[in-house]
Design a protein around this ligand. Sequence first.
Ligand code: 0WD
Length: 257
Amino acid sequence: MSFLQGKRALITGIASERSIASGIAEAMHREGAELAFTYQNEKLKSRVESAATEYGSNIVLPLDVSDDAQIAACFEQLGQHWNDGFDILVHAIAFAPREAIAGQFLDGMTRENFALAHDISAYSLSALAKAARPLMQGRNGAILTLSYLGAERALVNYNLMGVAKASLEASVRYLALNLGPEGIRVNAISAGPIRTLAASGIAGFRKILGHVEQYAPMRRSVSIEDVGNVAAFLCSDLAAGVTGEITYVDAGYNILG
Ligand code: 0WD
């Protein structure tokens, strides 16, 4: 059905083929979108380049979201490739120091850790939205980010990342309010636990996954394909009436009491 035919999407956050962003790229490519990619550092460059090649893209740009100059350069270069603009921005980026996503909440709580986690995991969404905005005018654009249940519930070990995700989810709503009049929608997917590089940093991740597989209504965890398909839908014109929403792709786990 190719419901993203004619759309252009910038995908951030590919660190491996297991990354949620890889599942999103796969689904968006299948639905006909033209893709561009960013990589965080030189170590990840060749991996992201091979992903781009797989999806017929030659737009691969450096982007460490902690660096304002890189954000500006990224969208300037993107504008050279896609000079009449682009439609979809996928933000699949998060970071917190390891000691802040293990053990007791207060143990890893320092001013530095708090600032860093919020900078990379929450502020970066608004920073990218601001830089992307001029290129997304007049095209029924969509911005999508990734969150987790720890944003709204106190979950063991998720700790500081939960606070940063709460900020991210609030940012989704305020961005939706700000950008709605320009036809740009902003949404998040709250994904169930998936084994990725970022997940491996969370203490006790295997146990969390096992718990979901045992108790979620669907009695399974979700895959990057599950998330990718919903991401493609949310960023397509099929979801033209949806903005400011947090959509769960978690096999129903969040409804449990
Ligand atoms: O269970 C999970 N895996 C869930 C992940 C459940 C619910 C939500 N999420 C979220 C994450 O919090 C994140 O926002 O999904 C998003 C994507 O995460 P992922 O696919 O699970 O993880 P991964 O494959 O590691 O990609 C995240 C990437 C980083 O990877 P590493 O592991 O190298 O930190 O985010 C990127 C980086 O490539 N990233 C950055 N990109 C640009 N600038 C930066 C940065 N400063 N820091 C991290």
